[in-house]
Design a protein around this ligand. Structure first.
Ligand code: C2O
Ligand code: CU
Ligand code: CU
Length: 446
């Protein structure tokens, strides 16, 4: 679905849907009946108008992940709640200098996000490149996971899975199990890969093909980077330039050790599994036939700003932590009353509370610290983050992301330019179960 004359208008209904998953009927939730929902293609400067209808049994809303648009009013406002049967008219306007790239949309109603994304509610947004890369094919690959029971219904999720962050048993690409792609040798493709899994990290590799990295989350790298594997935390996107070579290849996702809860909860959870297991084949690519013509040179990507050269007006530290909440003695005895609390600076999410207040038009430096034994992929709405220090390592190239993984018992230093928009939004863990259980804070720019 592409914008015309600077406007994209659509109706988006979130509702239960019957789809085929891996050869069997499944009852999921989807946007407009398809898994994933429609791909939106827009340009910098465009206006997007979406009438979102809620055909679910629970409240929901819509978030355009990664887009630099206003957090207020009927734009990308995470505090909106659409009741079952209700609807909401969204309008997002992209600035004229919005970075190109691959973004996505998903519900963001606190308390329901993990359930709704795990059920199938997600879709891709492409902000077209002002300097298009000549390719034979541009593919959008939305990676998601889900678990079904024997009847093809969404499997129940238990408390342990919610604490770890649920990982679905079936991994899908564009709603399909291990789709088979075809190409001819010597072709060039642009793959836009979105990690729409609620909690699963993806260590991606594509052997046997020429693979270079074009983009991480937003913008396009000035010059594509040679890569052998890339790790996507939940919410992250990459774009790959794939130069095809004769033969059969598979895009694989190897498991990522993202920590565990051993030693927490007084040892009660000792022995809990780290989710993961064997590498998953996400898709196969069969390259055969006669070679195509040379697609021509790749134009340089427009460099993003480098905030290391700009004055920092304020610094703050946000600590992401997991701890016990409630009466632990009683709770551990009978299995009731105690639960894990997911906090930022010691507090669970409260939409009414103002946590971080920033001055619009300034650059800030934030130290994201993780005092827990699990990784947390941290996502700030509206304003992307430039990673300047990862652990103790200075990051020397300008590296921008909107989801930044903060490893267990480590820290990452980022800079954020609170440029243009005023308003209130959120920062949170993109392991969506953690977000729903409280690891989210409000951010107000004024
Ligand atoms: Cu992709 Cu606040 O979310
Ligand atoms: Cu987001
Ligand atoms: Cu987390």
């Amino acid at each position: 679905l592409a914008s015309r004359g600077g406007v994209l208008e659509l109706d988006l209904t979130a509702a239960p849907a019957r789809v085929r998953v891996g050869g069997r009927e499944a009852s999921v939730q989807a946007f407009n009946g398809s898994l994933p929902g429609p791909t939106l293609r827009v340009h910098a400067g465009d206006t997007i108008r979406i009438t979102m209808r809620n055909g679910l049994q629970a409240p929901t809303n819509l978030h355009v992940h990664g887009l630099h648009v206003s957090p207020q009013g009927n734009s990308d406002n995470p505090f909106v709640s659409i009741d079952p049967g209700g609807s909401f008219d969204y309008e997002f306007s992209l600035p004229g200098d919005h970075p190109p790239g691959t973004y996505w949309y998903h519900p963001h109603r606190h308390g329901h996000v993990a359930d709704q994304v795990a059920a199938g509610l997600y879709g891709a947004i492409v902000v077209e490149d002002p300097d298009p890369v000549p390719v034979t094919r541009d593919r959008v690959l939305v990676v998601s996971d889900l678990s079904l029971d024997a009847d093809g219904n969404l499997a129940e999720v238990n408390q342990m899975q919610q604490m770890m962050g649920r990982e679905g048993q079936i991994v899908l690409v564009n709603g399909q199990v291990r789709p088979q792609l075809r190409a001819a040798p010597g072709e060039r493709e642009r793959w836009r890969i979105i990690n729409a899994c609620p909690s699963r990290y993806l260590r991606l590799a594509l052997e046997g093909q020429g693979v270079r990295l074009l983009s991480r989350d937003l913008g396009r790298l000035p010059v594509p980077e040679d890569v052998t594997e890339v790790v996507l935390a939940p919410g992250n996107r990459i774009e790959l330039l794939v130069e095809t070579r004769q033969g059969a290849s598979a895009l694989t996702a190897a498991p990522v050790d993202r920590g565990n809860m051993n030693g927490m909860m007084g040892g009660a959870m000792r022995g809990a599994n780290v989710p993961g297991g064997d590498p998953v084949e996400l898709l196969t690519l069969a390259v055969s036939g006669s070679a195509d013509a040379d697609p021509g040179p790749v134009p340089e990507g427009r460099p993003l700003r480098d905030l290391r050269n700009e004055p920092v007006i304020a610094a703050r530290t946000l600590d992401f932590a997991m701890g016990m909440n409630g009466n632990m003695g009683r709770g551990m005895g009978n299995g009731q009353g105690a639960r894990m609390a997911f906090t930022i600076n010691g507090r669970e999410f409260d939409p009414e509370r103002l946590d971080e207040s920033v001055a619009a038009g300034t650059v800030e430096e934030w130290i994201l610290t993780n005092s827990s034994p699990m990784d947390h992929p941290i996502h700030l709405h509206v304003w992307p983050m430039q990673i300047v220090q990862d652990g103790d390592r200075d990051v020397t190239e300008p590296k921008w992301q909107d989801v930044v993984n903060v490893p267990a018992r480590s820290k990452v230093k980022v800079r954020v330019a609170f440029d243009d928009f005023a308003g209130r939004t959120v920062i949170h863990c993109h392991i969506l179960d953690h977000e729903d259980q409280g690891m989210m804070a409000t951010v107000q720019a004024r």
